[in-house]
Design a protein around this ligand. Structure first.
Ligand SMILES: C[S@@+](CC[C@H](N)C(=O)[O-])C[C@H]1O[C@@H](n2cnc3c(N)ncnc32)[C@H](O)[C@@H]1O
Length: 234
């Protein structure tokens, strides 16, 4: 991931992430007036949706560039640079989307999040899950993220002492003019890691993607997000 380097171009290339953030807020709204700590807030897609519900948001992210942009675009939240993958500050409720799948050990991260909450404290979680980007993974294999399905994520939450009250997977097919355009969106939103392909391998990957995933108006990429409403168990 390269969110710090790509912060400036994130918003313009993260339409699916924005839609899933808005869907997550609508999926299980918080009560007006509650205070929620958001983890991995990025430039503030979920932050804005929570504020619109009358929630007070402490928005955090590990990337100083993301926090600066978030502060500019959603000034009503209280922004700070924080790492969400170790012990975190106590909070009455937590919200996060598009972050947890980047953790090398999400089970350990969820235990830290559970430890920060009181019993009964809410976690509103959105995380990409299988079949997200399956067309691309069919061609290049797994990585840099290890992809989990809905059942695997729910098992991790249970093992970290969360009760899941509601969950569902939202799937959407995004159409891009061509494979190169789709790859640019991934690159400019910061979700790609170090280049693993030589120029000729990349060229043949783009050709295969265009051929295998053609639609009348471009190429398709499936996006899928697990939405979870959970509370911390005793
Ligand atoms: C895909 S973006 C999602 C941003 C936002 N939640 C959204 O839906 O648009 C992932 C975000 O997680 C942040 N991030 C990555 N690792 C992090 C960590 N260890 N602690 C906190 N934030 C982290 C990145 O800086 C980036 O802003």
């Amino acid at each position: 991931m390269r969110f710090e380097e790509r912060a400036e171009s994130y918003d313009a290339h993260a339409a699916p992430q924005k839609r899933f953030a808005e869907a997550l807020a609508a999926f299980a709204p918080f009560r007006r007036g509650v205070r929620v700590t958001e983890l991995g807030a990025g430039t503030g897609f979920l932050t804005s949706a929570l504020l619109a519900q009358g929630v007070n948001v402490d928005a955090t992210d590990a990337s100083p560039a993301m926090v600066e942009l978030g502060r500019q675009s959603v000034p009503a939240a209280n922004w700070s640079v924080r790492n969400a993958f170790g012990p975190i500050e106590k909070a009455g409720a937590l919200a996060s989307t598009g972050l947890l799948h980047w953790a090398a050990d999400p089970a350990a991260v969820l235990r830290h999040w559970r430890a920060a909450l009181p019993t009964g404290g809410r976690l509103l979680l959105g995380v990409p899950c299988d079949p997200c980007l399956n067309e691309l993974r069919d061609l290049i294999g797994e990585g840099p993220v290890r992809w989990r399905d809905e059942a695997q994520w729910l098992a991790l939450l249970k093992a970290a002492n969360f009760d899941v009250h509601a969950h569902g997977v939202l799937e959407s097919e995004e159409i891009y003019p061509s494979a190169i355009d789709f790859f640019r969106h991934l690159h400019r939103s910061g979700v790609t890691g170090d280049p693993r392909l030589s120029p000729s391998e990349l060229k043949s990957l783009l050709r295969d993607y265009d051929r295998l995933n053609a639609r009348p108006d471009g190429v398709v990429a499936t996006w899928a997000w697990l939405l979870v409403d959970a509370t911390a168990r005793a």
